[in-house]
Design a protein around this ligand. Structure first.
Ligand SMILES: NC(=O)c1ccc[n+]([C@@H]2O[C@H](COP(=O)([O-])OP(=O)(O)OC[C@H]3O[C@@H](n4cnc5c(N)ncnc54)[C@H](OP(=O)(O)O)[C@@H]3O)[C@@H](O)[C@H]2O)c1
Length: 416
């Protein structure tokens, strides 16, 4: 009975008539586990609350347990207990899934019950059900998402208002859009958990969290965003999953996309997921990625779906539990936006161009900005090259006398 649980409860209560009328099933919430029964919870009836998990997990009348505790423990233990007691589980908890999905799913299969998780990725957006029930005809080659509302709010405000990262972060904290400790969001970890789930489902293979690269937005400068804008680019924290043959890459990082990309128009706390598929082509779903009722909507949808399945449906993971590193590609291809502070003297550009060339990197364009400082900012856009080549080039440029690389931002071209 926190944010998500109370939203799901209110939907089940307030929309009970239409749900029963349409679905032919009546739902009764029999109890809710909380830590603190004395907390004020508005219109939530106090008699539903318990602090003893066994009141719910061992109640033979309960068919479905919905979990919204968050984190790994005790959520994992309670989910396993529910499954072992023959109850289907619905969860909104990306952390427990990203860490323990194989174990939880095995337990569900062994007990012949279901485990469903629509609310765990992109809140109210029905992306997981879409992947399971509408995309069977397709090979999905790319999944890209704005799946963290806090960072999208911050980057949108930096772009629209020309403010710095720290200014916008404090404003977001003051209106409750960012947590007092925003680390999970701004370092890209929250999006990485969700990408681990999303790409596992989209690519029918487990993509464990340890193979998801993540980099946050804390070093993004308003200057980079402004220069990108002049080049027709919009900056987003993107979660990107790609599958080519048996190779999978999964990465979360700040990314420039062309203004014409469908995800470029997604602003504020809104979430969106873009799929590229061989038969359907492109698909974009956007909407509320968090919040009590939007997330509650996804939870109730899972509850209805679960209760109408004669046999539970499971993921079609094809690889082994112990996925080898060979499946995962960390040397992905991308275009890059590189900003360098360089001394204003002859030969400097030739030296930088030489480093790029020596590392198989071809320059697409270059802009030199005027500045009152001793150095001048020079921005390069590259053609497609490899991540490891770029890392090496950056190290070498940084070791040239008087030069420093102030930013390296991947650019996701429309064609990739
Ligand atoms: N908030 C969103 O918009 C959103 C969107 C998508 C997914 N999610 C996911 O949904 C889950 C819940 O998020 P939330 O925002 O609803 O969190 P929340 O508001 O903090 O609610 C958590 C609830 O779980 C109870 N709880 C936590 N640990 C417990 C324990 N050890 N024993 C008993 N009860 C415990 C809390 O009880 P008390 O009330 O007594 O503290 C509270 O009612 C998380 O996994 C989150 O990632 C959230």
């Amino acid at each position: 009975m926190g944010n998500v649980g109370s939203g799901a409860y209110r939907i089940l209560r307030d929309n009970a008539d239409i749900i029963t009328h349409r679905e032919g099933v009546k739902y009764t919430v029999t109890g809710a586990l909380v830590r603190d029964k004395s907390k004020s919870r508005g219109d939530i009836p106090n008699e539903l609350l318990t602090t003893d998990p066994n009141d719910i997990l061992n109640d033979p009348e309960v068919d479905i347990v919905a979990e919204f505790l968050g984190g790994v423990e005790p959520a994992r233990t309670y989910i396993l207990q529910a499954l072992n007691n023959g109850k289907t589980v619905v969860t909104a908890n990306k952390v427990v899934l990203a860490n323990c999905w194989p174990e939880l799913e095995e337990c569900a299969r062994a007990n012949g019950v279901g485990i469903y998780c629509e609310a765990s990725v992109a809140g109210g957006i029905p992306i997981i059900r879409t992947l399971y029930t509408a995309m069977q005809a397709n090979r999905i080659t790319k999944v890209m998402g704005i799946i963290n509302g806090t960072t999208n709010y911050i980057l949108s405000a930096m772009s629209q208002q020309g403010k710095s990262y720290s200014e916008v972060l404090s404003e977001a904290q003051s209106i409750g859009l960012a947590e007092p400790d925003p680390t999970l969001d701004v370092e890209g970890l929250d999006a990485a958990y969700k990408l681990s789930l999303l790409s596992s489902i989209a690519f029918h293979g487990k993509v464990p969290m340890k193979y998801v690269y993540h980099e946050g937005i804390t070093k993004v400068s308003k200057q980079d965003i402004a220069v990108g804008k002049e080049m027709g680019l919009t900056l987003k924290l993107l979660a990107i999953g790609k599958k080519e043959n048996d190779r999978i890459e999964a990465r979360v990082h700040p990314t420039f996309i062309p203004n014409s990309h469908p995800l470029a128009a997604i602003n504020g706390a809104t979430n969106a997921v873009y799929l590229d598929c061989d038969a359907l082509g492109e698909l974009v779903l956007s909407g509320q990625g968090a919040g009590s009722l939007p997330t509650g909507s996804a939870v109730v949808s899972d509850i209805v779906y679960a209760s109408k399945q004669s046999t539970p449906t499971y993921n079609t993971f094809k690889n082994d539990d112990n996925v080898s590193e060979n499946c995962f590609n960390f040397n992905w291809e991308s275009e890059y936006f590189i900003s360098i502070m360089a001394p204003d003297r002859p030969g400097v550009m030739a030296a930088v161009a030489g480093v790029f060339a020596a590392n198989n990197i071809s320059i697409a364009s270059m802009v030199q900005k005027r500045s009152g400082e001793p150095g001048v900012p020079v921005i390069f856009l590259t053609h497609i090259c490899h991540e490891l080549d770029m890392k090496r080039a950056i190290e070498q440029i940084g070791s040239l006398e008087g030069l420093s690389v102030s930013s390296c931002i991947r650019v996701e071209a429309l064609s990739k």
